[in-house]
Design a protein around this ligand. Structure first.
Ligand code: BDR
Ligand code: CA
Length: 327
């Protein structure tokens, strides 16, 4: 990363990251830092893989490793809008980093404003110039929409990792984790009038690492690379035990690649999406209105750009090249 580019690295579009800083969120952040393709303005954290405070410590540590210690990190929502909080500790470890998290240091503290306040402040300061990459439950984005109803006109686009269309869910038969962890927030964000790209598990479950990719990571020597390699061992162990593959899919990094280069998406469907909020077996399901009907009963609502497929080899190569570029 070229230090001359500024505190957030990168010369391109301004991006506010919002995530639940687990292992694949970490890969996404390091990839973005390593490519230098975007300027990371700020990071917000949210409950999900771990607690929002732990996620902030993880993000601060990652930014330090990536040579971006000046990027502010704001702690966001500790719990979903309308249900009890639940962490994905089995997948990411209690600390979100597969047991690799380091204790916070006095010089690396989150800022005092909340993640939603931070997002609104930055969007107001740079109207139309900032993108948002959300890689966790959407609670902070929903709160930001409530704080500033004009937010959809202040941010340029929102890229979210979440949802399942044809692919089965990963935490319930039809539900993907980031949506299931806060269905009310996801419904608000997906139905708001702003340009949302939803990078679904239909796409991300096609980005598993091959043995040669894992071997590339095993050979790293940089502090950032070693940190993420050790955390990934936990992640791979989870997928080995639960999916029978000594590998892992790149959920959040795939969304980050699509943010940087939308042409990495090879299969896209643009349709309104709502989130099921009541079903006993379907709460947290993304309901895509795929009807082509143009008459009465036609699909209504904001069209979401659903990414259902990506160029797998390109995504994996981009992510590994970016992560390994962090010195
Ligand atoms: C999503 O859930 C989390 O566990 C991952 O970090 C990713 O954001 C995948 O469904
Ligand atoms: Ca995540």
């Amino acid at each position: 990363m070229n230090q001359a580019m500024g505190a957030g690295g990168g010369a391109g579009q301004r991006v506010v990251l919002d995530g639940d800083y687990g292992i694949d969120d970490a890969l996404a952040l390091l990839y973005l830092a390593g490519t230098g393709a975007v300027q990371i303005c700020a990071v917000g954290t949210v409950h999900g893989n771990t607690g929002a405070v732990q996620a902030a410590h993880n993000a601060l540590h990652l930014l330090g490793l990536a040579g971006l210690p000046g990027v502010p990190v704001a702690v966001g929502a500790h719990r979903p809008l309308a249900q009890a909080v639940k962490y994905s500790s089995l997948v990411h470890g209690d600390d979100g980093m597969g047991g690799q998290a380091v204790p916070p240091t006095p010089d690396r503290r989150p800022v005092v404003e909340s993640a939603a306040e931070q997002l609104v402040r930055i969007a107001r300061a740079h109207p139309g110039e900032c993108s948002v990459l959300a890689t966790g439950p959407l609670t902070n984005l929903a709160l930001a929409l409530q704080l500033e109803p004009e937010l959809p006109r202040l941010v340029s686009r929102v890229v979210v990792m979440g949802g399942a269309v044809v692919e089965p869910g990963n935490v319930s038969p039809l539900g993907e984790a980031n949506v299931v962890h806060d269905p009310e927030a996801a419904d608000l964000v997906l139905s708001a009038d702003w340009p949302v790209t939803l990078v679904t598990v239909d796409a991300t479950m096609r980005t598993w690492l091959e043995p040669s990719d894992l071997a590339r990571l095993e050979a790293v020597t940089s502090p950032a690379g070693v940190f993420v390699r050790d955390a990934l061992r936990h992640y791979v162990r989870f997928y080995d035990e639960h999916y029978g593959r000594r590998s892992c899919p790149l959920h959040d990094p795939t969304a980050a690649v699509v943010l940087v280069d939308p042409t990495a998406a090879t299969e896209v469907l643009t349709r309104p999406v709502r989130v099921e909020l009541r079903g006993e077996h379907t709460r947290g399901t993304t309901v895509v209105d795929r009807r082509d009907n143009r008459g009465p009963g036609r699909p209504e609502g904001t069209a979401v750009r659903l990414v259902l497929g990506v160029d797998r080899d390109r995504v994996v190569r981009e992510v590994l090249d970016g992560v390994l570029a962090v010195s």
